[in-house]
Design a protein around this ligand. Structure first.
Ligand code: ADP
Ligand code: MG
Length: 566
C-alpha cells in the first residue's frame, strides 16, 4: 500500500475514514504496520509498529546473547526512541490527541518491557500515535508529515544512529547489577549499597537524584564494608547487610527513611546516573506498612493478632476496613505467603502498637486484654524459623536493641555501625518487658482464591483497565494500590491488570493456592514473554512492563472481588 495515496483520498473526510490506513507500509529503512486506528481523535491513540532489520541498526549478535542483555538492550532502544521523539519539532496541533507520537518510555528503572522487542532478524518498535484532525475532519497533510517525515527522522536519529560504546556500557551495567545480586545470594547478604551512591531524590514525588553537590554521598561503616568483584570494571566497595535483623536508628531528619527507600527500590535495576545503580537488594524484599482502611480477605494474621473483641477469628481474618495494626499484620502475612524473604519497615509508616508494647504498657494492660503481639516479639522467630530477614527504621524505641543483629545509626546522612554500643546500652538499661511471642512464629497459611474472583465482566462487557500507577478497574471491582510502594511504573500496573485476566482465562481454578497461581503466571511469562498476557499479542503489546510477583499478589489481595475458598 502507498500511504500517500490513501491519505490523499481521505483528506478532509470524517475521522472514520482513517480506518483505511490499517495495513503495512514499506519505507526505505523499515516497515510500518498500522495495527489499530482510533475511532476518534479523543480516543486511545492508534497503535503502530516499526520493524527494522537488525543489520540496518548495526545490532551486534553479542548484544542479545543473554536474557539480561536482551532486557537491557531493548530498554536502551526504547530510551533512544523516546529521546528522539521528545526532540521532534512539528508536533502538529489539532483536536484531541492529534499529532501525538509516543513510545512507552522507561523511567529510572530498567524493567523488562514490551515497548521494543528484538529477535534474530529484526527490531520491533511499538508506538502510539494520535492521527491528526481538525474537529473530526482528517488532516491528511499533517498525518503525512508525522508518519512520512517525522517518524523516519526519529528512527534515523535513534536506532539508526546507535553509539556502540554507550550500548556496551548499558549492557555492562546490567551485567554488573546481575553479578551483585548473585553475590548477595551466595554470601548470605540481603542488600548492598555502594560507596558513592546518591540516595536522596530531588523531592518526595520525584524519582530523580538530588544533584551530587547537594547530596552527602553514601559511605559504608568500615565494619560492614564488603568488596564485590564485577564482570566489568574495578571491584566495588560498599555496605553489605547480612541476613538477620537490622535496625536503622538515628535522629530525625538524618536520612533513615531515605536509606530504607533506596533499599526498597534496590529490588529493581536503575540506569546509570540514577545514584542508586549499585544499590541492590534481595529481589524478594517487600516494604511493609500500615494501610488502615484496606480490605483483607481471609488472611491468617494469628501470629500477630488473636483474641479480638467479640471472638472474631484471626486465622481467617477478613475486613472491609482494617485498622492500622491489622492491616500491617495482613500485609506481612500476605507477602510471606507470596514468598518474601526480606521485610522492610519504617516507623514513619507503621502502626506504633504493632511495633512495640513496652514494659509499662504491659503492666497496665494485661496480655489477655491486648489482641496484638507486637512485631518485636516475632521478628527473631520469623528469622530463625522461616528464614525471613527484617530491615527496620526505628528512631523511637530502643527495645529492639535486644532482638537486633546489627544496629546502624544514621548521623548527618552517614551510616555508623553502633551494634556494640547498642548492646551495651541494652545490658545497662534493661527494657524489663516480657516476651509475648511464644516459642513459635506461627503458621503462614496458603489461601486458595475462588476462580470467580478474577471474572472481569461488567454487564455485557469486560472491564480490564489500569488507571495510572495506583488503580486497577476490573469487572465491577477495583484494586487500590496507592500504598503498594514498590509498584513503580504505570506499565507494571497495566501488566497486573492483564495478569488478572490471564488468571481468569487460563490459570485460576478452584483448587490452586495463590502462590502457585503466581508461579504459573511467571512460568507463562518466562516461556512466552511478557507479551503472552497482552490482548494484542503478535501485533502491538507495547505498553507493558514486568511487575514482581509481590505486586501482583498485592493487587489480588486488594481486589474487591477476591474470594478465598473456605
Ligand atoms: P529521617 O527518616 O531520618 O527523618 P529522611 O530520610 O526523611 O530522614 O531525610 C530527611 C531529609 O534529608 C530529606 O529531605 C532527604 O531528602 C534528605 N537527605 C537524606 N539523605 C541525604 C543525603 N545523603 N544527602 C543529602 N540530603 C539527604
Ligand atoms: Mg523517616
Amino acid at each position: 500500500m502507498n500511504m500517500e495515496t490513501v491519505l490523499q483520498r481521505i483528506d478532509g473526510k470524517g475521522y472514520k475514514a482513517y480506518q483505511d490506513l490499517v495495513g503495512t507500509y514499506t519505507f526505505e529503512q523499515f516497515t510500518l504496520h498500522i495495527d489499530y486506528v482510533q475511532p476518534d481523535p479523543f480516543a486511545n491513540p492508534s497503535r503502530m509498529r516499526v520493524i527494522i532489520p537488525r543489520c540496518a541498526a548495526n545490532i551486534l549478535p553479542e548484544w542479545t546473547d543473554s536474557a539480561v542483555r536482551r532486557t537491557a538492550l531493548t530498554d536502551f532502544l526504547a530510551r533512544q526512541v523516546a529521546a528522539a521523539l521528545a526532540g521532534r519539532r512539528s508536533k502538529g496541533g489539532g483536536s484531541g490527541k492529534s499529532g501525538l507520537l509516543e513510545i512507552d518510555a522507561p523511567g529510572q528503572e530498567v524493567l523488562l518491557r514490551t515497548a521494543v522487542a528484538i529477535d534474530e532478524e529484526s527490531i520491533d518498535i511499538r508506538l502510539s500515535a494520535g492521527l491528526p484532525a481538525a474537529g473530526r475532519r482528517i488532516l491528511a497533510r499533517q498525518a503525512q508529515r508525522m508518519l512520512g517525515d517525522d517518524l523516519p527522522a526519529v528512527i534515523r536519529q535513534s536506532v539508526g544512529n546507535l553509539n556502540p560504546r554507550l550500548v556496551e556500557e548499558h549492557l555492562q551495567l546490567a551485567e554488573n547489577q546481575q553479578a551483585i545480586r548473585e553475590h548477595l545470594r551466595d554470601h548470605g547478604l540481603i542488600c548492598f549499597v555502594n560507596n558513592g551512591a546518591i540516595l536522596p531524590r530531588v523531592s518526595g514525588v520525584s524519582n530523580r537524584p538530588l544533584p551530587a553537590d547537594r547530596a552527602v554521598l553514601f559511605k559504608s561503616p568500615p565494619e560492614m564494608e564488603v568488596t564485590i568483584s564485577l564482570p566489568h570494571g574495578q571491584p566495588l566497595c560498599g555496605m553489605g547487610i547480612k541476613a538477620g535483623i537490622t535496625l536503622i536508628a538515628g535522629g530525625g531528619y538524618h536520612g533513615k527513611s531515605t536509606l530504607l527507600a533506596a533499599i526498597e527500590r534496590g529490588v529493581y535495576n536503575h540506569v546509570a546516573g540514577d545514584g542508586r545503580e549499585y544499590v541492590i537488594s534481595d529481589e524478594t524484599a517487600c516494604k511493609i506498612r500500615a494501610e488502615d482502611g484496606r480490605r483483607v480477605e481471609k488472611v491468617n494474621i494469628s501470629p500477630f493478632i488473636a483474641n479480638l473483641p467479640l471472638g472474631k477469628d484471626t486465622t481467617e481474618f477478613s475486613s472491609e476496613d482494617a485498622s492500622g495494626s491489622t492491616s500491617q499484620a495482613a500485609n506481612i502475612m500476605e507477602m510471606l505467603e507470596a514468598g518474601s524473604r526480606v521485610l522492610l519497615m519504617d516507623e514513619d509508616t507503621s502502626a506504633t502498637n504493632f511495633l512495640i508494647r513496652d514494659a509499662r504498657m504491659q503492666s497496665l494492660v494485661a496480655k489477655d486484654k491486648e489482641p496484638i503481639t507486637p512485631f518485636i516479639d516475632k521478628v527473631r522467630l520469623l528469622y530463625e524459623q522461616k528464614g525471613v530477614s527484617t530491615i527496620m527504621v526505628l528512631g523511637g524505641s530502643g527495645d529492639y536493641f535486644d532482638v537486633a543483629d546489627r544496629v546502624i545509626m544514621m548521623d548527618e546522612y552517614r551510616p555508623l555501625d553502633v551494634t556494640d554500643q547498642a548492646q551495651k546500652v541494652a545490658a545497662q538499661i534493661p527494657c524489663r518487658r516480657n516476651a509475648e511471642g511464644g516459642s513459635d512464629f506461627g503458621e503462614v497459611t496458603a489461601r486458595i482464591p475462588a476462580k470467580h474472583s478474577f471474572q472481569p465482566r461488567r454487564g455485557n462487557k469486560e472491564k480490564v483497565e489500569a488507571k495510572g500507577l495506583h488503580t486497577i478497574l476490573y469487572g465491577t471491582a477495583r484494586s487500590e494500590l496507592a500504598f503498594v510502594e514498590q509498584l513503580v511504573d504505570a506499565s507494571q500496573t497495566r501488566s497486573i491488570a492483564r495478569a488478572l485476566k490471564t488468571l481468569a482465562e487460563r490459570l485460576a481454578d478452584d483448587q490452586t493456592p495463590l502462590s502457585t497461581l503466581l508461579d504459573n503466571l511467571y512460568a507463562v511469562i518466562e516461556q512466552d514473554g511478557l507479551e503472552a498476557i497482552s490482548p494484542y499479542r503478535g501485533k502491538h503489546p507495547g505498553d507493558l512492563a514486568l511487575p514482581r510477583r509481590f505486586e501482583v499478589a498485592a493487587a489480588i489481595n486488594r481486589l474487591q472481588s477476591l474470594k478465598i475458598k473456605a
